[in-house]
Design a protein around this ligand. Structure first.
Ligand SMILES: Nc1ncnc2c1ncn2[C@@H]1O[C@H](COP(=O)(O)OP(=O)(O)OP(=O)(O)O)[C@@H](O)[C@H]1O
Ligand SMILES: O=C(O)c1ccc[n+]([C@@H]2O[C@H](COP(=O)([O-])O)[C@@H](O)[C@H]2O)c1
Length: 185
């Protein structure tokens, strides 16, 4: 939803989805395999001709830093104007990101609204961020994983192909009820 709204409002040629390699600031002990997350991103975005998926973060070892993501994408698209789209929850945390002083040189940031979070850029360099209101979707990845783990449906919370992929691969649930214990890369 955020990608589609921002693509339309800013007239973006492409939106590149970048599944994270190792999300170092997330408290999760375990992360589902990068290859599964990459394939789910491909499945979820395949029907939109303006959406692409990049492997830069899943293929880079070590913790995922957005400064590296943007540097890698800059090398791949030397002439592009880069925008980084992210939700209000992430915008709140941005000053704690690695090499934060480089980030606003590497891309223009676009923060989108998210239910339960306030969207504010007062703590960020002036002119480096745009704030965009998108239709409210009170859906979180953690919430979806918890539902799968509890045996509850996630139909209509994630694309149909993702429901089927999660079932096929047995993601987010294990025999003993704990989340699938696969470490990230
Ligand atoms: N419902 C939502 N509304 C707006 N932005 C969102 C929403 N869900 C995720 N995002 C944004 O999408 C990006 C990727 O989110 P992510 O995969 O971490 O989902 P999440 O629901 O925040 O995950 P988790 O529950 O594991 O913390 C982040 O920039 C996040 O801010
Ligand atoms: O660069 C960092 O240090 C950094 C720290 C936390 C999050 N990020 C990025 O912010 C985005 C949302 O993060 P998350 O953990 O909420 O999925 C995702 O692209 C992450 O790679 C980046």
């Amino acid at each position: 939803m955020a990608a589609s709204e921002v693509q339309a409002q800013f007239g973006l040629e492409q939106v590149i989805f970048v599944p994270t390699g190792q999300p170092w600031q997330k408290g999760h002990d375990v992360v589902s395999p990068a290859e599964d997350r990459y394939l789910m991103t491909v499945i979820a975005t395949a029907s939109n001709p303006r959406f692409l998926v990049s492997r830069v973060d899943v293929d880079r070892s070590g913790p995922t830093y957005t400064a590296d993501t943007l540097s890698d994408l800059r090398a791949q698209y030397p002439d592009a104007e880069l925008y980084f789209i992210t939700g209000a929850d992430a915008m709140e945390q941005i000053l704690s990101w690695h090499r934060v002083e480089e980030l606003f040189e590497l891309a223009h940031f676009i923060g989108v609204t998210r239910p339960g979070y306030s969207l504010d850029d007062a703590h960020l360099p002036q002119g480096s961020v745009s704030l965009v209101e998108i239709p409210a979707m009170a859906i979180s990845s953690t919430g979806c994983r918890e539902r799968v783990n509890a045996g509850l449906p996630v139909w209509y919370l994630v694309p149909d192909g993702i429901v089927q992929y999660i079932t096929k691969r047995g993601l987010y649930r294990a025999e003993d009820g704990s989340p699938a214990p696969e470490w990230g890369p």
